[in-house]
Every structure is written in structure tokens, then in C-alpha cells.
Design a protein around this ligand. Structure first.
Ligand code: 3PG
Ligand code: MG
Length: 394
């Protein structure tokens, strides 16, 4: 059993809270605070209950070295702005000074620790490092869903040093949408997948072929599947190492007839030269062009499938939505999901690029659930256990 935040008496206790504040930063400012805002209910609850709070996170991949461009200081400032209160900050997560700051906390105060990954011990899940982190709290609460697929010191190793441990509201909410609600989904259930890379999503497709009523695939990953089906995809992105896995998936889906690939695509010689683009049927992609978005026939058929669904799970854009020439597929699919959600569709969105696309089209608030996790949500949807959650079993 994994305990939830409300089951703990937090008064005068020091809570070590692991969050995922791996957020985009430009010029020492947080440019997207979605992951920060999603942790506010947990933080406010702890403070209101009279706890002292020590917050830990990683940021980027500094490879065990201090890197000032990956300092969590700007994130601390963004959090202080959200909460309208000062926050104490330690520039080293396990130093004696940092432990002293924690010891001096009063109920209702926050102490934020510098980037955990400035120590290689973090991703090595080192026991001494976990023990030093654990000295920061009486109770361990993990609310870092985006990192829950990693077995690191701050989310897995640290847990064995606590008898009182559990998940925060963010993780509880993610599990409700990505696991519980999908164990008996309202049907038809449609999985919409896209994005450039197929490797991280092969297991997900495989798992869902037996579960989903329909699987719609766009984005760069579709071309490995199309190639495996024997279609000439020109210069479109193909992961040669996944062709045989892709063929197996196609065979597996044959009897189910639930796998749908693009019928037409928008092509160009390059993303940079996007102004010169044309739409082709999937069997007519010119040999010197690459497909960069789904075409109108595909948009129409995918939109129809979405309209017929009661639950839609979406991960990955339909094309290179960052370019105005290749954004239409992603935009139209997002709009369709948003308008169906208004009429009762359950829409569950995951992945950093999907979230950026939804924000670009101002549709991020129109979905039932927008996950804070990319890799973690894919693992969970693929039916796997997340090590960081397993570590909290009591
Ligand atoms: C993420 O943003 O994907 C998570 O914070 C995990 O980061 P990682 O992929 O560097 O482990
Ligand atoms: Mg990642």
C-alpha cells in the first residue's frame, strides 16, 4: 500500500518533498511554470497543516558537476512568486550548512535545496547520498511524477530511510488519470500517438493493441511503421533499428484492425524551406522530400475517430508544429479533442511536446488531464510499475 498525503499528521514535522522542477529556463528565468504550479496544492497543504518543508529536485542533466546554468535558484524564485512568500535556499543539497538550515526551520517555512544532480551519486542511487538527503526530514513525500520512472537516490534510495512516506496530490492525481481511470475506461478508447521518436513508444503501442479500440499514429514515428509496411517514405524520418519491431506490431494489429496510419502527408525538402510544401497521398511521397505533417484526409479521418470516442489518450504531436507550415495537423487534432472534451470526452494528455503544442494553440486548459510527465506517463500507460512509487510501499 502507498500512503497519500492526507493520512499523515504533519504538525511541527519536517517534510522532505521531492518534486520535479525540471522546467525550461532562459536567461535565469523560468519560462514555463506548469510543473511548479501543479505542486502548489501539496505545498500549501503541508504549510497549512503546520509542517516545515524541505523541497528537492533535479534540473537538466549536469552529469554530477556543478553547473550554474542548471541552478534551481530561478525555480526557487518562481516558487516564491507563486506562493507570495520568501523561501530559504541552500546552494548544496547535502552540506552541513544545508542541514543546519533545515534544523532551524519553523512551521510554515520552506527550504529549497540546490539541484540534486550536481552530485553523480543522485543518479547512481548511492546509499550514503540517500542517507544524507533523508536527514532533511521526518516524513518523505514524493510528488515528482515526471521522474518516477527513474531509480535515483532522491526518489528511490531515500525512501528506505523513512518509515513515514507517501505520495503528494500531484502523483495521486496522475495515478488516478493514467492508471485507475484507464483500468476500466469509458469506451471507445482511442490512443493518439505522435512525436519524432518511435523507440520510447513501441511498448506502449504493443500494450494498447489489445486494449484500445483505436490507435491513431501521426508524427515522425509513423514513418517507421509505414516503411515496415513497405511504403516508400522518401526522406522522412525512419528508425531503421525499429523496423522489425514495427513489422511485428503491424502484424499483431492486423486481426484487430485498430491501428490507423496517415493516408496523406504534407511534405517539403527541409523544415527550413517549409514555405515550399505540398500534400501527397501516402504512397506518393517524392523520393527527395520528407513528410512533416499529416494531410487533410488524415485529419478528417482521425477527427472522426476522436468524435466517436469516449476516452482519448494523446502523446506526441502530429507534425513539426513549431513551424507554421507544419502545425495544422497537431492544431486540428488538438482542437477536435478540446471541443469533444467540452461535450464529455475524457481527454488525457501526456508528454512535454504535447503540452507545448497545447499551450501554443491555447488549448492546454481545455483537456480533462494534462500530465506533468513524459517518459513516466508512457511507462505507466505501458503497464509498467514506476520504481519511485513502488519504493513507497509500506
Ligand atoms: C523529464 O523532464 O523528463 C524528467 O524530469 C526526467 O528527466 P530525465 O529524463 O533527465 O531523467
Ligand atoms: Mg526526459
Amino acid at each position: 500500500m502507498v500512503k497519500t498525503l492526507k493520512t499523515f499528521d504533519l504538525k511541527n514535522k519536517t517534510v522532505l518533498l521531492r518534486v520535479d522542477y525540471n522546467v525550461p529556463i532562459e536567461n535565469e528565468k523560468v519560462v514555463d511554470d506548469f510543473r511548479i504550479r501543479q505542486t502548489l496544492p501539496t505545498i500549501k497543504y503541508c504549510l497549512d497543516a503546520g509542517a516545515k518543508l524541505v523541497i528537492s529536485s533535479h534540473l537538466g542533466r549536469p552529469n554530477g558537476k556543478k553547473d550554474s546554468s542548471l541552478s534551481l535558484m530561478p525555480v526557487g524564485e518562481a516558487l516564491a512568486d507563486c506562493l507570495e512568500m520568501p523561501i530559504k535556499f541552500s546552494s548544496n543539497c547535502i552540506s552541513e550548512d544545508a542541514h543546519d538550515v533545515t534544523l532551524g526551520l519553523k512551521p510554515g517555512e520552506i527550504h529549497m535545496l540546490e539541484n540534486l544532480r550536481f552530485y553523480s551519486e543522485e543518479i547512481e542511487n548511492d546509499n550514503d547520498f540517500s542517507a544524507k538527503l533523508a536527514k532533511h526530514g521526518d516524513i518523505f513525500i514524493n510528488d515528482a511524477f515526471g521522474t518516477a520512472h527513474r531509480s535515483h537516490a532522491s526518489n528511490v534510495g531515500v525512501a528506505k530511510h523513512f518509515s513515514r512516506k507517501g505520495i503528494g496530490f500531484l502523483i495521486e492525481n496522475e495515478l488516478n488519470f493514467l492508471s485507475k481511470s484507464l483500468s476500466k475506461p469509458a469506451r471507445p478508447l482511442t490512443l493518439v500517438l505522435g512525436g519524432a521518436k518511435i523507440d520510447t513508444k513501441i511498448n506502449l503501442i504493443d500494450h494498447y493493441i489489445g486494449i484500445a479500440d483505436k490507435i491513431l499514429i501521426g508524427g515522425g514515428m509513423a514513418f517507421t511503421l509505414l516503411k515496415a509496411r513497405g511504403i516508400d517514405v522518401g526522406e522522412s524520418i525512419v528508425d531503421q533499428s525499429k523496423i522489425s519491431a514495427a513489422s511485428k506490431l503491424i502484424n499483431k494489429a492486423k486481426s484487430k484492425k485498430n491501428l490507423f496510419l496517415p493516408k496523406d502527408v504534407v511534405c517539403s525538402k527541409s523544415i527550413e524551406n517549409g514555405l515550399k510544401h505540398n500534400t501527397f497521398d501516402i504512397t506518393d511521397i517524392p523520393s527527395d522530400e520528407m513528410a512533416l505533417d499529416i494531410g487533410p484526409k488524415t485529419i478528417e479521418s482521425f477527427s472522426k475517430h476522436i468524435l466517436d470516442s469516449k476516452t482519448v489518450v494523446w502523446n506526441g504531436p502530429m507534425g513539426v508544429f513549431e513551424s507554421s507550415f507544419f502545425e495544422k495537423g497537431t492544431k486540428e487534432i488538438a482542437s477536435q479533442i478540446a471541443s469533444c472534451t467540452e461535450k464529455g470526452l475524457i481527454s488525457i494528455m501526456g508528454g512535454g511536446d504535447t503540452a507545448s503544442a497545447l499551450r501554443k494553440f491555447n488549448l492546454d486548459n481545455k483537456m480533462t488531464h494534462l500530465s506533468t510527465g513524459g517518459g513516466a506517463s508512457i511507462e505507466l500507460l505501458s503497464g509498467k510499475n514506476l520504481p519511485a512509487i513502488f519504493a513507497l510501499e509500506v
